[in-house]
Design a protein around this ligand. Sequence first.
Ligand SMILES: [Zn+2]
Length: 67
Amino acid sequence: MNLMNYLQEMAVQCPYCGEAISMVADASNAEQSYIEDCEVCCRPITLKLSISEGGELSVEAWSENDA
Ligand SMILES: [Zn+2]
């Protein structure tokens, strides 16, 4: 088993300023959400991580007001 396979670099778009930011998602821990500050505008982005049945990782970015 290779733990590195669980870490995937994802690109998300900041819901505030629209900048693309990259983050590393831990695919071994699915269905999680957490807050990460935008690198550009420093506002808190709510990231929601989910994994499909096929094992594909996806991430959604929400603003504080949308969440
Ligand atoms: Zn931003």
